[in-house]
Write a protein that binds this ligand. Sequence first.
Ligand SMILES: Cc1ncc(COP(=O)(O)O)c(C=O)c1O
Length: 417
Amino acid sequence: MKVYAEMNTPLRTIMTPGPVEVDPRVLRAMSNPILGQFDPAFTQMMNDTMEMLRELFQTKNQWAFPVDGTSRSGIEAVLTSVLEPGDKVLIPIYGRFGHLLTEIAERNEAEVHIIECKWGEVFDQQVIIDEMKRVKPKVLAIVHGETSTGCMQPIDEIGPACREQDVLCIVDAVASIGGTDLKVDEWQLDAVIGGTQKNLSVPSGMAPITYNDRIEKLISVRKKVERGVATEHDQVHVQHPIRSNYFDLTQLQDYWGPRRLNHHTEATSMIYALREGLRILLQEGLQERFARHRYHEKALMEGLKAMGLDLFNDVAWKLPMVTCINIPLGIDGESVRKMMLDQFGIEIASSFGPLQGKIWRIGTMGYSCRKENILFVLSALEAVLIRHGARIQIGKGLQAALDVYESATFEKKGRSY
Ligand SMILES: Cc1ncc(COP(=O)(O)O)c(C=O)c1O
């Protein structure tokens, strides 16, 4: 019989745009004993989680809960519940994850209209608003923070324009939620999908979502309760039911709402993790966490620039938690990443599509976004680039980052980040 060794994961410094290092308090929370999914001790945790998600999303929406599955499960749940075959959807694409929205909408047989801009750029909001007037879609689906390019699309005028034109505004905020401001109610966003494995510093495996009563009203018409749990008051025959059972938001509502109608078996350990991740985040403070991300971003950017590296996304629309570097000419980007991992245990990311092999992406998200990590990644990158023969300014990077840290007056609350 083959005997497998006890699991012994290597220690890593994870500086990718997700997954990132999980806060040790979250890992500790996950090791709590399992509770039954209808145990009042557990349903109380579910309620706490919903309450804290409303704060995270800056919303008064009744519905704010996680979908079990990675972030795309939240996107799929919202789009599958909202879209019917032939519905018009407008999707502005400025990176990989706009294509993911398109892919999911197409699989739901929607009539998908896209507009595209170059990876590394974002849209003028008016361009999107004008295109909406032309296409007259039922749904506008858009990515807020594009992890693939490190860019952030302004959407504060798009939500109100959608409301005016009676279009539903659905936003992928997987990379931005908990990292930078996202005001669901103020920006009039109808449904928003977040991620756990990035700025929340919780493992991958859940997708927190929120949606308002405009979405609830629309999906309630297609509500069909599973026969095995339905009562005589439930609809079991519906002409065009939501096509997925697992991703049917109306059934998820009945499980997360006061009815507690059985649907899937809840991933209890993941709820522990999410609840703890949210508790830590709110204890730090939303605005304080956003400021921390900007603070370390500045030190990282100054360090990289002083090293003589050229930043791909040093632009006004930069996503604060993702810094992208143009790989210097003649340098093998994958060899650099491999050496960072092999020699220093640091993981940085490459990118996709037209940017594959052209940029490195460094994430500074959640628990990974700490001074020691920034200084470590800068020193390791310098050493590795020297060994690859890159022409860089030796000794300048760390000093520039230290200058930022020594001159800044960033107030740390509680824990030292
Ligand atoms: C902006 C964005 N949307 C969607 C996804 C898909 O998330 P997941 O891989 O967790 O399904 C990601 C993952 O990195 C992302 O960055």
